[in-house]
Design a binder for this molecule. Structure first.
Ligand SMILES: Cc1cc2nc3c(=O)[nH]c(=O)nc-3n(C[C@H](O)[C@H](O)[C@H](O)COP(=O)(O)OP(=O)(O)OC[C@H]3O[C@@H](n4cnc5c(N)ncnc54)[C@H](O)[C@@H]3O)c2cc1C
Length: 454
């Protein structure tokens, strides 16, 4: 794991996991089938023998015996496996031991993995060999080469890998968060995981699983929220960096490597620079302290982006750009803050918050805008639990059927009004004369607003 993120306070695995093959029989009824899964043929395409021949130069044939795991949820995988013979069974699992049979693959030409494989991220499901498997194993860097060298096939594989991640996010089987619903840190972690497209779910504190976990972990007040990682490890009140580091989301950086381009910020400008530079064959590193997409990633709907006549959500736009940059081999490190730029040496050096330096011939600073905050006394006390600076599905849930006070009169405020209106009981809008037309935005739940001097 990257040393630029602090190491988390991990607890031992909880061993609540079911026995090795202990998939809930009742869960088998839920297994994915062509009838129950929209876009089945796009999610699980089958490569023909001719196509397998074409891509065989990107991988190596390997054999695995029954009951071996090709990879496990939360663990690394040597690459994408293209099945030549045998049977693989996929099981979704979370760190609390809930397992759900997803499907089995037995057809020659089916392949494993989701979009995280492009950058060698840990798997999200267990892939177990049921009948001896022979497979073509394609390592992440070769997979990226395949995407570019075999464009038509690459497009089909890329679409399948992206749709599988979307399905995993919908299942929510990944990290499990436990804490009071309006806990500031819980909300921040939900944002982080959502914006970084990592599957997760939040347990209701009153539910049986949460109660059992809380009894076992006996957390102190400042230990909340708890995060149960897919391997069963429980983190107490991790920050974004600790969580990302534990989940294997931050890439390793070779200290001796000089990048052609280092980019500060993974908003639309930074990701665009990454795609163009990496697609020209340059080596690219991108750093962002929060999430891909920058401000645009928080937009409910972007209508004026070139090439999307029906509009696109900011998160979807950011996800596409992120995957595109990964496809061309950009190393994207999130959350990693850049705190300095040293131009008195060449290659230039980008200094990270950990004080580590990354060398690059060119540096693109795409760090975007700094938010202004309303001049309201006591504001900081409520930020993250009652006062929010965006209006996403997370805030919509927190404000459901409540009265909301929205401060601002620019585009973002307009979008937030339309979005929140279908969730909140009532949305009041406060626009001071000189704010009209600016991009200033703050959302207050009114129970909180009444405690502050607005
Ligand atoms: C709610 C909302 C809705 C919007 N809707 C639209 C719309 O419909 N149409 C439109 O055209 N525009 C819209 N915008 C504006 C648009 O999102 C911005 O113009 C655009 O995101 C700017 O892109 P950027 O890459 O320059 O900067 P940003 O999007 O601000 O990205 C900068 C990135 O740099 C990172 N960063 C900053 N400092 C550091 C550091 N030291 N180390 C590491 N990382 C750092 C930040 O975390 C951030 O991710 C909207 C903005 C908001 C907030």
């Amino acid at each position: 794991m990257n040393s630029d993120a602090a190491s988390p306070r991990g607890e031992q695995k909880n061993h609540m996991e079911a026995s090795a093959n202990g998939v809930d029989r009742s869960a088998e009824a839920d297994a994915q089938t062509p009838d129950s899964t929209p876009r089945w043929h796009q999610i699980f395409p089958v490569l023909t023998d001719a196509e397998i021949d074409r891509i065989s130069r990107f991988g190596a044939v390997r054999r695995y015996a029954a009951s071996e795991f090709l990879y496990r949820a939360g663990g690394m995988s040597p690459g994408m496996f293209v099945l030549l013979s045998g049977t693989i069974r996929y099981t979704a699992r979370d760190g609390l031991g809930h397992r759900r049979l997803l499907r089995s693959q037995a057809k020659r030409g089916e392949f494993t993995s989701d979009v995280g494989m492009l950058s060698g991220k840990p798997g999200l499901v267990d892939a177990e060999v049921i009948e001896d498997v022979e497979a073509l194993v394609i390592a992440p860097e070769k997979l990226r080469a395949l995407m570019i060298g075999e464009a038509e096939l690459g497009e089909r594989i890329m679409r399948a890998l992206i749709l599988r991640r979307v399905a995993a996010i919908e299942r929510g089987q990944g990290a499990v968060l436990v804490g009071p619903p309006d806990n500031e840190r819980l909300v921040a972690l939900q944002h982080f995981l959502q914006r970084n497209a990592y599957p997760h779910m939040t347990l209701d504190e009153g539910g049986a699983d949460a109660i059992a976990l809380l009894e076992r972990m006996t957390p102190r007040r400042d230990d909340m929220p708890l995060v149960v990682c897919p391997d069963g490890t429980v983190l107490r009140n991790p920050d974004d960096g600790q969580l990302a580091s534990y989940l294997g989301l931050v890439p390793e950086f070779d200290p001796g490597h000089v990048y052609d381009v280092a980019i500060v910020g993974a908003g639309p400008a930074g990701l665009a620079a990454a795609v163009y530079a990496a697609s020209e064959g340059l080596s690219v590193a991108v750093f962002d302290c929060r999430a891909p997409g920058g401000q645009a990633g928080t937009s409910a709907r972007i209508e004026n982006y070139l090439g999307f006549p029906t509009g696109i959500s900011g998160q979807a736009l950011a996800g596409r750009a992120f995957n595109q940059a990964q496809k061309f081999g950009a190393h994207i490190a999130i959350p990693v803050e850049v705190k300095g730029l040293h131009c008195n040496v060449y290659p230039l050096e980008v200094e990270l918050a950990s004080s580590r330096r990354i060398a690059a011939r060119t540096v693109v600073v795409a760090s975007g805008a700094e938010y202004r905050r309303p001049a309201v006394s006591g504001l900081a006390r409520f930020e993250g639990h009652g006062v929010y600076y965006w209006a996403t599905s997370i805030e919509a849930r927190l404000c459901r059927n409540e009265t909301v006070l929205l401060v601002g009169g620019g585009n973002s405020a307009g979008q937030a009004i339309v979005f929140l209106a279908s969730h909140a009981a009532h949305v009041h809008v406060l626009v001071s004369g000189h704010e009209r037309g600016s991009s200033f935005l703050a959302v207050f739940r009114t129970a909180v607003a009444s405690e502050m001097s607005c």
